[in-house]
Design a protein around this ligand. Structure first.
Ligand SMILES: [Mn+2]
Length: 388
């Protein structure tokens, strides 16, 4: 069987997100029997109707003439409406608490794909059988415990796949409380992990883990300069092949200066931007990172970027200036911290909510649901819950 492995479309993040997810899906349906998408299909927990509308159009287009000879059987007897072998889980961006409907469940109901979160599906093609199990994204601090508790086991006589959406300790050794490969249940033939936005293949402790990476640049980090696309995995030969899709070119350029004047900085910036060129049919996206020290008396805000913007109208430019000076350094640190923590705002918020509830002697046991209601501004429901 040929599997297409992809992840992190972040639909709704920008226009590229739709176009590039579509590129991956349309290319994959021509080559694969099964499409697996490892979470963060959407950028927002509650996507706008415009985003959902575009997403449905894309999936409908994928459904056309995508009729691989695959039989799908549900090993846990839950009802299965969709017959197309497009298997997905939710990621941290789509996750809502158990009793609320997330966008993945919603679109499964609309027959767009099959949600394999906490499910066990068997897919058959001729004499071949694969078994797919999935676990949607959970806050990093709970991931280890969740995998321990659900204790997934592979199915005998199948090629076993486990799809999930988490950070991995092996890729970020300096973070604590992160799931590591050793914490994953053993015995699966292939592990597919979303969440990390650059493609990787890791083999460790007998586990083969494939990270499809995102199809769109959202973090403007160096790793995002690598080509984006999806993996094709052949379950017979066990070989992988990465198919690059057409994406907007992205460059991260770092410039270091020493006691520089404004003119010098502008000159260096323009030199670098000329190298990028603009021959490509899509305006390239460039992040310029300037760091170092300025000439005495010159402030970062004195450097006007107008002439740069005027000379390069065909580049989507974002500039970060990080000049050393203690006061400024602190401000930048704070901003950077906020930006880095953006992803875990929910985790931080839940921590605070839990603390406050405990201080006031409330014991709900479902803080997460309450938190989601707070985020969505449903104050009447919150009061009802607290009163009951
Ligand atoms: Mn993501």
């Amino acid at each position: 069987m040929k599997l297409a492995l992809m992840s992190d479309f972040h639909l709704g993040y920008n226009e590229d997100s739709f176009e590039q997810a579509r590129n991956a899906l349309i290319s994959a349906k021509k080559q694969a029997d099964v499409i697996l998408i490892a979470g963060d299909l959407f950028d927002e927990r509650i996507p706008t109707p415009e985003t959902i509308h575009k997403a449905i159009s894309i999936f409908k287009e994928v459904h056309e003439d995508f009729n691989p000879p695959i039989e799908i059987e549900n090993l846990d007897n839950s009802f299965l409406e969709v017959k197309k072998p497009i298997l997905v889980i939710y990621g941290n961006h789509e996750r809502r608490s158990k009793n609320l409907v997330d966008i993945i469940r919603l679109l499964e109901k609309a027959n767009m794909f099959i949600n394999v979160h906490m499910r066990k599906l068997m897919l058959k093609k001729e004499d071949e059988k694969i078994c797919v199990q999935g676990v949607g994204g959970v806050p990093q601090i709970y991931a280890k415990r969740v995998f321990e508790r659900i204790n997934l086991t592979p199915v005998k006589g199948c090629f076993n796949i486990l799809m999930f959406h988490q950070d991995l300790k092996e890729l970020m050794p300096f973070s604590d409380n992160i799931l590591s490969i050793a914490d994953l249940p053993g015995g699966f033939d292939l592990y597919i992990d979303g969440h990390i936005h650059w493609k990787r293949e890791i083999i460790e402790g007998g586990k083969r883990i494939i990270l499809p990476g995102s199809t769109v640049v959202t973090q403007m980090k160096k790793n995002e300069m690598e080509p984006k696309g999806y993996w094709l995995f052949d379950t017979k030969t066990k070989k992988t092949e990465f198919n690059t899709i057409k994406t907007r070119p992205f460059y991260l350029i770092e410039i270091k200066v020493n006691e520089a004047s404004s003119d010098e900085i502008l000159k260096r910036m323009k030199e670098e931007l000329r190298k990028v060129g603009s021959s490509e049919e899509k305006k390239p996206q460039v992040k310029l990172k300037i760091s170092g020290t300025l000439k005495p008396g010159l402030r970062s805000s004195d450097i006007s970027l107008e002439s740069v913007a005027a000379e390069f109208p065909n580049i989507l430019l974002s500039v970060s200036k990080e000049f050393r000076s203690e006061d400024l350094k602190q401000k930048i640190e704070m901003l950077r911290k906020l930006r880095n923590e953006k992803r875990s705002v929910k985790e931080a918020g839940m921590e605070v909510l839990k603390q406050r509830l405990e201080e006031n002697q409330f014991k709900l046991g479902n803080e997460e649901e309450l938190f989601d209601l707070v985020v969505e501004g449903k104050s009447e429901e919150i009061i009802k819950k607290l009163l009951s």
